[in-house]
Design a protein around this ligand. Structure first.
Ligand SMILES: [Zn+2]
Length: 441
C-alpha cells in the first residue's frame, strides 16, 4: 500500500478518491468488510480532554460527533444535532482506538509447541473469539494478527465474524499461518522427528514454494504474509546470534508476489544478517528487531520499513521463566534489546507498536506502550507510532488512527492524560469501534 500511496495525485479530492478505490480493492481482497449496524441517531462524545495525536495538542474539553460508523466533527465543542445522544465521559481523555501491529489471537498463556497436538482448531477458534473481545475492551480497535501458529486460515472466520458484527473484536488484518523453512522456527524441532509433530507454520523452502504458499494463503483469506526470517536467538556468552532462514533473493520473490496483488510481507526477525536481507527485499515491517545493523537501520529509514519491538512479551517471559537460568537469559535479552532500541531511535528508524500478545493475557498489551517510553521514546512519539504508523502498516491510512472528520469512529477514553503519564493507556474507560459502543462508560 505504501507503494500505491506514492502514486496518488496531489489534489486532495482525487487523492481521496484514489485512496477509497485503493481501500475498496483491499477490502475485496479480504472478503469484503461488512461491519456492525451503526446506531441510528448521532452520538456526541464529551470528555474533559481530547488528544490530537498528529499535533500532540490536548483540547479541553473535547468532543467528537459520530454519525453511523464515521466521525463527523471534532473539537472543543461540536454541533449537537437534534436527537443526538450525548455520552459524557467525565474526567477522561478521548483519543483514537489503539492499534496493535503484532498479536496472536490464536495463542494463550501456556500454549507451547504441542498445542497443535493437544488443542483442536475449533477449540482454538473459540479461544480466539474471547481474545478478540478482550483486546477490544482493552482499547485496541485494530490489530494485525501475525500468525495463527498451526490453526491455518481459521483466522479468516474470526475476522469475517467480527466484520459482520457476529462477535466483538478489533478490525483485523490476518495472515493465516506464518511461513517457515523445514526444520526452522516453529517446526516442533525439539521433538522426535519420527512423530511428525505438526509445524506451527506453513512450509516453503525456496522462492517458488514461497510464491505457491503465499497464493494459497491469500486464497484462504489472508490480508498479508508473515514470514519467519530468523529463528529464535541463540545468544551465548553475551554474543547475540540468530540464524537467517531465507536469502535476500527468496524474500524478494515473496515481496514481489505480494506486491503483485497489493498485499505485503511482515517478518519475524530477531537479528542480522536476516534483518538486512528483509530490509533490502522491501518488507513492510521487521518484527522483534532485537538487533539491526547500521546499514539495516539506514535502509529502514529510507524505505519507511517499520520496526515493531514487542518488548511486552520479552518482559512477560522474563517474569514467567521456568528456571532462574531462563529468567536470567530473558532479562539479558531484554536489556540488550532496550540498548539496541535506543540506537534505533537515534538512527531515525520508524516504529509501529506491537506487543506479541497471546502468550501473555489478551487485553493487557497496552503495557507495550509503557515499555517503549521506559526505554527512551517520548509518550507522544509512542502514541504516533501506535496510531498513525499502525494505521499505515495495516493499510488503513487516512481511515483510522486519528480523530478526524470522515475517519471511522474508533474512539476510546482513558483516565488521565497519556502525554503526562503513559500509564493512562492501561486505564481504558470507554471503547467505541466503528460507531458502536463496545465498552460503555
Ligand atoms: Zn509473534
Amino acid at each position: 500500500m505504501q507503494k500505491h500511496l506514492s502514486f496518488l495525485p496531489s489534489h486532495p479530492d482525487i487523492a481521496l478518491l484514489a485512496l477509497s478505490l485503493g481501500l475498496a480493492f483491499v477490502s475485496s481482497a479480504s472478503h469484503a468488510q461488512k461491519t456492525t449496524a451503526a446506531p441510528p441517531s448521532p452520538v456526541v462524545l464529551h470528555a474533559a480532554r481530547l488528544l490530537e495525536v498528529d499535533t500532540g495538542k490536548i483540547l479541553a474539553p473535547g468532543e467528537v460527533l459520530v454519525e453511523g460508523e464515521r466521525i463527523r466533527a471534532v473539537g472543543s465543542s461540536v454541533e449537537h444535532p437534534s436527537g443526538a445522544k450525548v455520552i459524557d465521559l467525565g474526567d477522561t481523555t478521548l483519543m483514537p482506538g489503539m492499534i496493535d501491529a503484532h498479536v496472536h489471537l490464536f495463542l494463550h498463556p501456556g500454549a507451547e509447541d504441542l498445542q497443535t497436538v493437544v488443542e483442536s482448531v475449533p477449540w482454538r477458534v473459540i479461544l480466539a473469539e474471547q481474545a478478540a473481545k478482550a483486546d477490544l475492551l482493552g482499547g485496541f480497535t485494530a490489530e494485525r494478527d501475525m500468525g495463527t501458529e498451526g490453526a491455518g486460515s481459521a483466522d479468516t472466520a474470526v475476522r469475517n465474524a467480527i466484520n459482520r458484527g457476529i462477535i466483538p473484536g478489533p478490525r483485523m488484518r490476518i495472515s493465516g499461518n506464518a511461513i517457515s523453512v523445514l526444520g526452522g522456527h516453529e517446526d516442533a524441532i525439539h521433538f522426535n522427528p519420527a512423530e511428525h509433530i505438526s509445524s506451527n507454520a506453513d512450509y516453503a523452502n525456496n522462492a517458488p514454494e514461497l510464491v505457491t504458499t503465499i497464493r494459497r494463503q491469500l486464497k484462504e483469506g489472508a490480508d498479508f504474509t508473515k514470514i519467519y526470517e530468523t529463528g529464535e536467538d541463540s545468544s551465548q556468552n553475551g554474543e547475540f546470534h540468530s540464524n537467517y532462514q531465507y536469502t535476500q533473493a527468496e524474500l524478494e520473490a515473496a515481496v514481489a508476489e505480494t506486491a503483485r496483488v497489493g498485499t505485503r510481507v511482515g517478518v519475524h526477525c530477531e537479528g542480522e544478517p536476516g534483518a538486512l536481507y528483509a530490509a533490502k527485499a522491501g518488507v513492510a515491517s521487521i518484527d522483534h528487531a532485537d538487533q539491526l545493523s547500521e546499514q539495516t537501520m539506514q535502509l529502514m529509514k529510507e524505505k519507511h520499513i517499520y520496526a515493531v519491538p514487542t518488548f511486552a512479551i520479552q518482559e512477560y517471559f522474563a517474569a514467567h521463566a521456568e528456571s532462574e537460568e531462563g529468567a536470567h537469559k530473558e532479562k539479558l535479552l531484554l536489556s540488550y534489546h532496550a540498548a539496541q532500541f535506543k540506537k534505533q531511535l537515534a538512527a531515525g528508524v520508524p516504529f509501529a507498536v506491537g506487543s506479541d500478545v497471546g502468550p501473555f493475557p489478551h487485553g493487557t498489551q497496552a503495557r507495550e506502550l509503557e515499555l517503549m517510553v521506559e526505554y527512551g521514546m517520548k509518550p507522544l512519539a509512542v502514541l504516533q507510532a501506535d496510531m498513525i504508523n499502525g494505521a499505515k502498516l495495516l493499510n488503513w491510512a487516512g481511515q483510522i488512527g486519528e480523530l478526524k472528520p470522515g475517519y471511522y469512529a474508533d474512539v476510546i477514553a482513558v483516565e488521565g492524560n497519556p502525554l503526562d503519564d503513559i500509564k493512562a493507556v492501561e486505564k481504558v474507560r470507554f471503547v467505541m469501534k466503528n460507531g458502536v459502543v463496545a465498552r460503555p462508560e
